[in-house]
Design a protein around this ligand. Structure first.
Ligand SMILES: Nc1ncnc2c1ncn2[C@@H]1O[C@H](COP(=O)(O)OP(=O)(O)OP(=O)(O)O)[C@@H](O)[C@H]1O
Ligand SMILES: CC(=O)N[C@H]1[C@@H]2OC[C@@H](O2)[C@@H](O)[C@@H]1O[C@H](C)C(=O)O
Length: 396
């Protein structure tokens, strides 16, 4: 037998597994690295996040990725080079984390790598009848496995598409396994570059559970801050807090078929980018509005995208909201959400023993744990195919 297969078989049978989950999201802010200890699988999963670190991307790294990030026209050679380079870069970042944490690579059973999303194209974005839903994450797992010596699962989204989904949100699988709670309706709201949520009904009826993107999180705020204020993001929402919402621009931003489409649905910076803002400014004749007001309007656009989606899904019940992702550190967005969702109880995932910054990286560790040790993927509801995900890379 190939010794790698034997090793994988042993890992699948272990009482406990140590898995590193990796996420580098659409904000391009860095690589989230979560070292997770698992016992069991499926609804019997017990998780301890042993270590967590966000390794920031330097401006140089961001500048290498940006020319091919969420752009229709790009440099194919760069894309090819980045696929290997990001794999190797992520491997180095993992090695640095392991050193810092005093953990030997041999102690780690698996790595679960999301990769860097370069382009996300559900059918409703590309509108090309002959093509399916599509998405591309790069940073090949073979480079991570060979450099770290650790078996690596990667490229999780293709299976979801092959089985009928849009390739996202995958959070639903981990949310269901970790956070479902009998007797409590929950909304797991993640505000990264894009905002999404998973609904977990308190009766544990998996057929009513679903997960969907709802619109922007920080992506437009970040892009506008970079362009007009020369900063990577609006720290603590201070710029947005100094402006006022322009109602005409807000209405123009909201005038897109994405918001009328039914759930579940997915999106990304391929739609929500600076061209989108410029078009909305032209439509609303708001080109001369001060940039602080644009920022306030973009924050409101994010908050209303989330609140409107929640209002349209829940009329008779107010699930508890558990927030995660970088947007929860923006008090302007959080304040607006509380105003728009009166009567809702707001918590964050730290109340459920998972740091809100680590949640997405943990999610991919859960998917890998299921792929080796899960006995069935019990989910089958709207846009949630019942599949194991991820491709395996062996170190030798
Ligand atoms: N203190 C803060 N004040 C305001 N915004 C913040 C703060 N900290 C983080 N953010 C926002 O959070 C963003 C990063 O969020 P996160 O890491 O969750 O996104 P991501 O995982 O890249 O996105 P996605 O989930 O869409 O892939 C930053 O780019 C910034 O906009
Ligand atoms: C294609 C892609 O990378 N999508 C991300 C992005 O970031 C948030 C939102 O858009 C979500 O749909 C997804 O990530 C999370 C981890 C998910 O799949 O649940």
């Amino acid at each position: 037998m190939n010794p790698n297969i034997h090793r994988l078989y042993e890992i699948a049978q272990k009482q406990q597994r140590l898995i590193i989950g990796l996420m580098s999201g659409t904000s391009l802010d860095g690589l989230d690295v979560a070292l997770c200890r698992f016992t069991g699988s499926g609804l019997f999963t017990e998780l301890q996040v042993v270590e967590f670190e966000t390794v920031p991307y330097t401006e140089d790294i961001k500048n290498e990725i940006r020319p091919v990030f969420s752009t229709k026209i790009g440099d194919i050679q760069r894309l090819c080079l980045l696929n290997a380079w990001i794999g190797s870069l992520h491997a180095s970042m993992i090695q640095d984390c392991l050193k810092k944490w005093n953990v030997a690579p041999e102690q780690v059973d698996l790595i679960a790598s999301h990769g860097q999303t370069i382009y996300h194209a559900p059918k409703h974005l590309h509108n090309l009848a002959q093509f399916p839903n599509a998405t591309l994450q790069i940073g090949d797992g073979d480079h991570i496995a060979v450099k770290t010596g650790i078996i690596t699962f990667s490229d999780f989204r293709q299976k979801h598409i092959a089985a009928g989904g849009e390739g996202a949100p995958l959070a639903v699988y981990g949310d269901y396994i970790l956070f479902s709670k009998k007797g409590e309706d929950r909304i797991m709201l993640n505000m990264g570059g894009i905002a999404n949520f998973t609904y977990l009904p308190g009766d544990l009826d998996a057929s009513r559970m679903f997960s969907t993107d709802v619109g922007t999180g920080n992506t437009l705020l970040d892009a506008f801050t970079r362009l007009h204020f020369n900063k990577p993001y609006d720290e603590n929402g201070t710029i947005a807090a100094s402006g006022k919402v322009h109602t005409g621009l807000l209405a123009a931003l909201q005038d897109n078929p994405f918001f009328k489409a039914s759930f579940p649905k997915t999106t990304g910076p391929e739609l929500f980018n600076m061209d989108y803002v410029k078009t909305a400014q032209q439509q609303s004749d708001s080109q001369q509005v001060p940039p602080q007001d644009i920022m306030a309007t973009l924050a409101r656009f994010t908050a209303e995208g989330i609140a409107n989606a929640i209002h349209s899904c829940f009329t008779n019940t107010k699930p508890i909201l558990y927030a995660s992702g970088g947007g929860m550190h923006n008090p302007v967005i959080m304040q607006m959400l509380q105003t728009l969702l009166p009567g809702y109880v707001f918590k964050d995932t730290s109340a459920l023993a998972v740091s809100p910054d680590a949640k997405e990286a943990v999610l991919f560790a859960i998917l890998a744990n299921e792929s080796v040790a899960g006995e069935s993927i019990a989910l089958q509801s709207r846009g949630v195919p019942s599949v194991y995900m991820g491709k395996v890379s062996f170190p030798q």
